[in-house]
Write a protein that binds this ligand. Sequence first.
Ligand code: AMP
Ligand code: GLY
Length: 428
Amino acid sequence: MNVLILGAGGREHAFSWKISQSPILGNLYIAPGNPGTAQCGTNLAIGVTDFEGIATAIRTHDIGLVVVGPEEPLVKGVRDFIESQADLQHVGIVGPGAEGAQIEGSKDFSKNFMHKYGIPTAASQTFTKDTIADGLAYLQQQSLPIVLKADGLAAGKGVIIALTLEEAETALNEMLLDAKFGDASSKVVIEQFLRGIELSVFVLTDGENYVVLPEAKDYKRIGENDEGLNTGGMGAVSPVPFANEKFMELVKQKVIEPTVKGLKAENIDYKGFIFIGLMNHEGEPYVIEYNARMGDPETEVVLPRIESDFLSLLIAASNGTLSEQTISILDQYAVTTMLVAGGYPEEYRKGDVLTGVEKVEDAIVFHAGTTSKDGDIITSGGRVMALTGTSNTLERAIQKSQKAAQTIQFEGKNFRRDIGLDVLRYGM
Ligand code: AMP
Ligand code: GLY
């Protein structure tokens, strides 16, 4: 079967790397891809929201399966568009339609969904410009810190954790009255702050059945010891120590099953990934957020731990036969360290020549924000490259990832040297 992956980041290179190992793969295409995905298949110069261009590529290259990487095309309805084409009815798609993608695209939708189906999550209420007075009054009654979330997609920046009432009031005013996050903050969810340790759980579903992929922990802050600004993710580790059998059983019963059943009950034919951001609060799972896709850089540690043929799982999710599949997971650790451009996550450098990839011996190199120019690889995004080490000890997996991070060179390179160390201290 010929496969088309949409996206251009480290997550999509990881998808390409894994899918290209499948014995049932025909040709692999990536739109638009990056220099890393080009080593696994053929890049097509088509943007992820160019739906007409995507449909044409499906026809030209006889694509049987489309795997959608990022959230934007999902929320904008790439699935619905492909399904609306009379001659593309045979094409499988991994990723929900626009309605299902609202679990990520609208915090208000996802909170209502969780409240309706009894899925544990922080108590919350949603406010708009018209109900701002109620929102300000509501804030007065809440304990601190308090969390304010822009309803829509805000490039990972729409969450504010206010430590004082004044901060919370300012944030609510700015979001609702000054459109701080544009349209995304025309509704604001105010929710209770949850204390605990976070982890990410990944589910692949065909709308009825599901498999649970390896869980992961993401490192979101730019600085070591989780200091400084939020980023898209500076590294990840899998497995996560407190995600033991007992905790994961709770996650299944209290979160995954009611989520999959709830989507079905809402008449949403959800075929794709559900990324569940969880807080372990005193041993109980609470949902912080849903995403309608895989995480980045979590995918770069999740996929190296999957032993099964990933393409078979994706095809089964797309055609409703996941009940016939099982997933086999490798009993090994995976750690990824993200190299980022100087200045990131604020204004960052671009166009620096990257060297040393051929010297990396003991880690998997996943390109993210890179591009080819005049025979060189140059930096083109804030998150440049993810380096994944795998081993049967966590310590060794960390060492492999860090060594590769030191081997790759480019002007302004920055990376965290503490990815996985907290997990190691936790006693693995
Ligand atoms: P989100 O964009 O929903 O992933 O939120 C970004 C980050 O804010 C999460 O990864 C958490 O670290 C934090 N966060 C979000 N909601 C809460 C909450 N209710 N309590 C504590 N921390 C939260
Ligand atoms: N690493 C977090 C995300 O993909 O949303």
